[in-house]
Design a protein around this ligand. Structure first.
Ligand code: IVH
Length: 669
């Protein structure tokens, strides 16, 4: 590929990737599978590696490109980032409206109501359409430059749809589901959990290594333009529409309200819907729509007179903590859980709340028998907020973590820098069961009908000792289990059978290799193509991959060094579990359209855009059969640079010969 072709292709890839990203992250309407995005991103990265001059700051590959920083630079805001006055009830809202009415001199006005997203305020600067700087609010006058971390948020466009120079403001946040998943992982790793999604978002954006922010699944809603005057718009609502048209993500729940009664109905409506949203909100922001009227109203020392924030009351209830139970996770972490007298909070009945670790129990001085305040963090996860010390009777008991594993009785250890206690016995039945439950879970092998309870039974009955045993279960064995009818047994066996065809990344994730999450598993599967290739890799080869750090590389190598692992993988393979990455292409090209279907293909010479294994896997995913030597049976030879005798032989036999570009074109058609 020459530089002109490369430049052209880079442009195409930018456009396509930006389009896919916009559809996925901003519109929430993906038009292609993730794997297609990943494949094009990889192609772009490879071209950029060959032609570094083509790597621009707005390239989709540059979302996680930033170096690890020593400290954040300070940023002075050109327009200060103000806070808002509060309203806590209907009367406060009517007072606000009266003040507005008096100040705009009884001419007509309307409001824009928006959700008050519970995250952290950020300012994004664009120069001629290019994202150049992102900062925190800080004290309102000076914040910190967190550009590299913000770039990892996919819904922030790196280039606008028009070449404008402007500053926009919005709220970066962590969706509830991501918060829950993150805390579950932190518990497993023995790390301190985040108290709520806002702290999790703030903690993620204050990391000096952008890879951490990148792994946190943050998102953003833009809610304003710092200095809208020069853009020729007259109302805040127009500004929000402009943000939409430039490619930003704005919140669609906003509404223009003509009267304070309409505002009050909106507040009520949203207050009822609050727990169903996928992100946390802590209130409603009400803003005068007309920009002229905003100017007229002006500011007090701290906040604009043209806006106010209605704050929702946090739903907290009081109940009795009747006991504390312990559970052992997949990695051996022992987690204490509070047993509560069942109580209604934010729409559901709560009977348990994780206490995470002993430090947290000490910090909050939680004792068995205490009356405690309970709320839902992230509107979902029950949490013990505090203890009502005044209500103690003297009968409460302090709780101490045991010295020994509640499951296998081996001694618990506290690893350096961890808050958690761990059982480090690899034979601990709880860990084995949890590991198996993880293996069959939705993001891993996705075997429906195999919950924690069935796994526990199978394990207790010694029908399975490791995950490979799942593949040799028989119907006779299954129907003997409690509550397992013929039909469920058949369904379960079918689900187990289907899981054999999963693409490699599911298996890799399911194996529970330390530090390898679902995303990393996907990267590994794509890069290596097969388990056999991955098994032989080195830490150097792994760290050369963009998204893979030293810790993960070491963990992967260490994992495959274990003889038990080799045995397990051998067993899985023998049962017919697929050990290869299912190229993304199969999903895009219908069968029969493939130029490789039924063909015998030989690869020779050096390939520059993909590895031999990748080429082989992708040709095979399209129905071709890749062999090593050229004969009369060969249908096609792909000849890379410096191809030698195989090419000569192919020429002599009159076999079809493609160069690498032709192969790439056919693979990406
Ligand atoms: S407008 C001058 N709109 O709430 C007006 N703020 O005290 C500036 N927030 O820290 C804010 N959602 O980060 C506005 N839709 C929204 C918001 C919002 C959340 C945050 C903002 C600020 C605080 C207001």
């Amino acid at each position: 590929m020459d530089i002109n072709m490369a430049e052209q292709r880079v442009k195409e890839l930018h456009d396509t990737l930006n389009k896919y990203s916009y559809e996925y992250y901003v519109m929430d309407q993906p038009s292609v599978p993730d794997s297609e995005y990943d494949r094009l991103l990889k192609e772009l990265n490879e071209i950029e590696e060959k032609f570094p001059g083509l790597r621009t700051p707005d390239s989709p590959t540059q979302r996680v490109g930033g170096a690890v920083l020593d400290a954040f630079q300070k940023v002075r805001h050109d327009t200060p980032m103000l806070s808002l006055g509060n309203a806590f009830n209907e009367a406060d809202l009517r007072d606000f409206d009266r003040r507005v009415e008096q100040l705009v001199g009884h001419s007509s006005y309307s409001y824009v109501c928006e959700l008050k997203i519970d995250g952290l305020a950020v300012a994004l600067k664009y120069k001629d359409g290019l994202f150049v700087q992102g900062a925190t609010r800080g004290d309102g006058t000076t914040g910190e430059d967190i550009t590299a971390n913000l770039k990892t948020i996919h819904s922030i466009p790196l280039r606008l749809k028009k070449p404008l120079t402007m500053e926009v403001r919005g709220e970066a946040f962590m969706p509830k589901q991501s918060f829950i998943a993150l805390n579950a992982i932190r518990d497993e790793k023995g790390e301190e959990p985040f108290a709520n999604p806002r702290n999790a978002a703030a903690g993620s954006l204050r990391q000096l290594d952008p890879r951490i922010a990148a792994s946190r699944n943050l998102d953003i809603f833009l809610y304003g333009i710092a200095n809208p005057g020069p853009l020729g718009i007259e109302a805040h609502s127009e500004g929000l529409n402009l943000l939409d048209s430039l490619g930003f993500k704005t919140n669609k729940e906003r509404r223009v309200c003509k009267t304070i009664d309409d505002v009050i109905s909106y507040v009520k409506e949203q207050s009822d819907k609050r727990t169903t949203l996928p992100y946390e909100i802590d209130g409603i922001v009400i803003k005068v729509d007309s920009l002229d009227q905003q100017d007229e109203l002006g500011f007090t020392a701290k906040s604009p007179r043209w806006a106010t924030a209605f704050k929702f009351p946090a739903e907290e209830v009081v109940t009795k903590l009747t006991g504390i139970t312990l559970s052992v996770g997949r990695t051996g972490v022992v987690t204490p859980t509070a047993l509560l007298q069942p109580v209604r909070v934010a729409g559901t009945t709560v009977g348990r709340a994780s206490l995470h670790n002993e430090d947290l129990i000490r910090e909050k001085d939680i004792r068995i028998g205490d009356m405690v305040v309970v709320k839902k963090a992230g509107d979902i996860i029950p949490e013990v907020v505090s203890v009502l010390v005044d209500r103690r009777t003297g009968a409460e008991e302090e709780f101490h973590m045991p010295d020994h594993c509640p499951e296998c009785e081996s001694e618990l250890v506290r690893l350096e820098e961890e808050v958690a206690l761990r059982c480090i016995n690899p034979q601990c039945p709880a860990q084995i069961r949890e590991g198996m439950t993880h293996f069959v879970s939705r993001n891993a092998m996705n075997i429906e009908g195999l919950g924690e309870k069935v796994i526990a039974q199978l394990y207790r009955e010694k029908l399975i000792t490791d995950v490979a045993d799942l593949y040799t279960l028989s119907k006779e064995e299954l129907v003997k289990l409690e509550r397992m009818g013929e039909k469920s047994a058949d369904n379960l066996l079918a689900a187990i059978e289907t899981s054999k065809q999963n693409s490699l990344e599911r298996l890799l994730f399911g194996l529970g290799i330390r530090h390898v999450g679902a995303k990393a598993a996907k990267t590994l599967a794509m890069e290596f193509g097969t388990m056999d290739r991955l098994k032989e890799t080195s830490a150097e080869e792994l760290t050369a991959i963009h998204e893979i750090g030293g810790k993960m590389a070491d963990a992967v190598v260490l994992y495959f060094d274990q003889p038990e692992v080799a045995e397990l993988i051998g067993k899985l393979k023998a049962s017919g579990v697929k050990m290869a990455y299912e190229g993304p292409i199969r999903t895009i090209l219908a069968e029969g359209e493939s130029p490789f279907a039924g063909k015998i293909v030989v690869l020779t010479g050096k390939l520059s855009q993909l590895t031999r294994t990748e080429a082989k896997d992708r040709i095979e995913a399209l129905g071709g059969n890749v062999t090593g030597s050229v004969s009369k049976k060969t249908d096609l030879v792909v000849a890379g640079e410096e191809a030698g005798s195989k090419l000569e032989k192919a020429e002599k036999l009159g076999i079809d010969i493609w160069d690498e570009q032709r192969l790439m074109d056919e693979l990406t058609k």
